[in-house]
Ligand binder design. Sequence first.
Ligand SMILES: Cc1cc2nc3c(=O)[nH]c(=O)nc-3n(C[C@H](O)[C@H](O)[C@H](O)COP(=O)(O)OP(=O)(O)OC[C@H]3O[C@@H](n4cnc5c(N)ncnc54)[C@H](O)[C@@H]3O)c2cc1C
Length: 340
Amino acid sequence: MPAPIETEALIIGAGPAGLFAVFQLGMAGARCHVADVLEHAGGQCVELYPGKPIFDIPAHPRITGQELVARLVEQAAPFEPVYHFGESADALERLDDGRFAVRMASGKVFHARVVVIAAGGGAIQPKKPPLRGIEAFEGVSVFYAVKDKEAFRGRDVMIAGGGDSALDWAIELAPIARGLTLIHRREEFRAAPETVRRMRALVAAGKMDFRLGQMRELIGESGALRAVKAAHGGETFEIPADRLLLFFGLTNKLGPIAKWGMEMEGGRIVVNTENFETSLPGVFAIGDVCVYPGKLKLILSGFHEAALMAQKAIGHVQPERHHAFVHSTSSDILAEKLKG
Ligand SMILES: Cc1cc2nc3c(=O)[nH]c(=O)nc-3n(C[C@H](O)[C@H](O)[C@H](O)COP(=O)(O)OP(=O)(O)OC[C@H]3O[C@@H](n4cnc5c(N)ncnc54)[C@H](O)[C@@H]3O)c2cc1C
């Protein structure tokens, strides 16, 4: 068994809340390790909507999920966080000396003075349709998210789903795809009415197709898709497609974290809004994973929560020191880090 990794703070989740927590804890004087089950930083912003503009980040009238995350990573970098990607937090235990041992599913163990849970809605997993042999196509011609829309340029794209993601991407990719077909099992859509209106306008203008139906079979070899067989009202038809995007929603379960003994409400972690500590002293929860009266699942909220969390968490990390709140403009710790 490798020796436990010692850290002052362990942050679980490298989404926007976890990344900003590195900055806030760093400015307060704590070193962080960050673990995420994904292979990269960014949480939902990168996994679900990397290229979509976000309009409600203060001082950024328009910034994509990917750009925002790149800036958060840059902002956190002076504090030298150590990232552990592909690591899923599994078990938490309090050690005799008051610290925490957090075990990852891989067996890796962290010893930390404070644990900050910034796990969003939990490990993000797309819902998959029951199509035989779909695994062979995944990552080659079948995708559950758009990482780079250029990968769809000049392609015969099929998009399945009736929510915002399906329609947003249909509208975005229609101008660059060779052909684009949206398939949905019914005429009604869950997407925003304005998005539905824009999609229907593109169909009326002949810039994309819409088919009512349910997918039955993927046709192709060695992961290379050629067409999708679908059915509607007793009729079976084939739609040529070499790229298929599936947007049937996501499952994100908090998994083992929900059983760590913290007070929970509706699958989320109850926090004290003064400092975002959970019912386990020394364990904090910020971002989408926490719940309190009036909680909004916004990036902005996660930033605010990270700032308040750090003020309390630093007292657990360095109980012997007196900690006074300082602005970033007058932080000696930050000035020192930025010098290097
Ligand atoms: C399509 C869409 C559009 C949106 N638009 C906006 C918008 O315009 N403005 C806005 O403010 N918000 C928007 N949001 C919401 C915003 O993305 C979330 O509020 C934000 O991402 C929450 O950040 P977070 O860091 O708390 O969690 P997340 O971004 O969910 O990150 C949590 C991270 O924790 C990891 N994780 C989970 N469980 C574990 C575990 N056990 N071990 C290790 N790692 C784990 C996950 O892999 C993930 O990377 C949008 C969301 C969606 C889906």
